[in-house]
Design a protein. Structure first.
Length: 449
């Protein structure tokens, strides 16, 4: 018979747990945070909900006031403030950290990553691995591609996430259609971002640029790759490289797969470019994720964008392969600890995050219950399923989608090889049994429609 727990010891242990405030904490990531080493030494608190952070036009002052109210009402220590989402979370973390004395990177370093135009200006100071780029004048009666940037190209706001309002264009007709769409939607994130820019001492080349800027970039080709890393006490470390595979003839992700299958010399170059870039950006005590293209025909690599946070999309992949989700690095850095870990200690050789998508409008039905999803996860070893839409939801009402498709579910799989990963994904899709009505096939699988 086990002895009864010592009540005093339980109280002391509870009092010594670190209070971690997570901006935008959601149920899916709360489960993943529970898998980090020494998770029982932490108490995770939600600081603002995803609805507050992502719906409608963002108000940074309102969000700061709401966050302060939670922190000020907390009866205990505030040991860390962290987040794993893009703007506004990425900027709220250093702003709140400055006020409450928690460890974060600087606001300026975050903005240098988030503002795609400023990021390009910084990149070209230290690397050559980036595409031709320039600004598009949205105020002009006849907007034109920037000088030196030819078709095919991508148009995107200087600040966006989940590829929202990002369009691939191949001629002037598509260019004008994309500009019209960006004009219509750019203010939702761009206008509040300008309140952040006002807090910084901007360099000459950024004065007057603002947050509602449209960027044109030469189209990049090849294999898309993600690099995950962190900066601790000024030292840049890359701890993972992942392959990103798109749906056939589409720019929409099919899956992220870890570890990368690229040649060792290419991975070394990705490490080198990432380290030089992040030293230039000036981040510290923070994680980052950088997306690249690698062209096997030419051997060239090209930097797509820098995210000033690790990818929560990859957390389960690191857990499957390395034994620990990448949230561990975020928490360690916020607490002033070295986040280094050995690789390859997980139960699987490979892991993938799959995006089950629909390339047309429709209303979704027969969405599985949480109990039915749990049964799928029990029946298929090494899987986790997060369904995106709710029962009866029209797909076009789902927020934070790319310009060409709708995400129906995120399916995480661990396996011994790629065939194993594919078999598990296919079994999950069949088991989910989602159905649709009022479907218009291909409705978003066109360039700018």
């Amino acid at each position: 018979m086990n002895p009864a727990p010592d009540r005093k010891a339980v109280v002391v242990r509870e009092q010594t747990r670190k209070n971690i405030f997570v901006v935008g904490l959601d149920e899916a990531n709360l489960r993943t945070l529970g898998a980090v080493p020494d998770a029982d030494a932490y108490r995770f608190h939600q600081l603002l909900s995803l609805d507050e952070l992502q719906e409608g036009e963002v108000s940074v002052p309102r969000l700061m006031d709401s966050a302060r109210a939670v922190l000020d009402a907390h009866d205990g220590t505030v040991d860390a403030i962290v987040g794993y989402w893009d703007f506004p979370v990425s900027t709220l973390v250093p702003m709140l950290g400055s006020e409450y004395g928690t460890r974060t990177t600087s606001l300026e370093s975050v903005v240098k990553c988030e503002h795609k135009y400023w990021s390009r200006l910084e990149q070209r100071q230290v690397i050559d691995e980036y595409p031709g780029f320039g600004r598009v004048d949205l105020d002009s009666d006849d907007p034109q591609p920037p000088e030196g940037v030819g078709f095919p190209m991508w148009l995107k706001p200087a600040l966006s996430y989940s590829s929202e309002l990002a369009y691939g264009v191949s001629d002037m007709e598509e260019f004008r259609t994309a500009v019209a769409a960006i004009r219509k939607g750019i203010a939702r994130v761009g206008r509040p971002f300008e309140t952040i820019l006002e807090l910084l001492d901007l360099p000459e080349e950024m004065r007057g640029v603002g947050g509602q800027v449209c960027l044109a970039e030469e189209a990049m080709t090849g294999i898309q790759v993600a690099v995950e890393g962190y900066v601790h006490e000024g030292e840049v470390t890359v701890y993972g490289v992942l392959d990103s595979i798109n749906y056939p003839n589409s720019s929409s992700f099919l899956r992220h797969q870890y570890p990368s299958t690229l040649p060792d010399d290419v991975i070394r170059r990705l490490h080198d470019v990432s380290e030089r870039t992040m030293r230039r950006i000036g981040m510290d005590s923070a994680t980052f994720s950088i997306e690249y293209f690698y062209d096997p025909k030419t051997g060239g690599i090209s930097l797509l964008e820098i995210n000033p946070r690790h990818s929560q999309s990859h957390a389960e992949l690191f857990e499957y392969v390395d034994g620990v989700p990448n949230h561990h690095r975020m928490l360690s850095l916020a607490l002033g600890q070295d986040p280094a870990l050995p690789a390859g200690k997980g139960p699987y050789r490979l892991a993938a995050k799959w995006y089950y998508r629909w390339f047309g409008e429709g209303t979704v039905h027969q969405v599985p219950t949480p109990e039915e999803i749990a049964a799928i996860e029990r029946d298929i070893p090494g899987v986790r399923v997060d369904v995106v839409p709710q029962e009866g939801q029209k797909l076009s009402s789902i927020s934070q989608q790319d310009s060409y498709s709708y995400e129906l579910a995120h399916i995480f799989t661990g396996g011994d090889d790629e065939q194993d990963l594919r078999r598990k994904f296919d079994r999950c899709v069949a088991a989910l049994g989602l159905t649709f009505d009022h479907t218009a096939p291909g409705g978003r699988d066109t360039k700018t429609r």
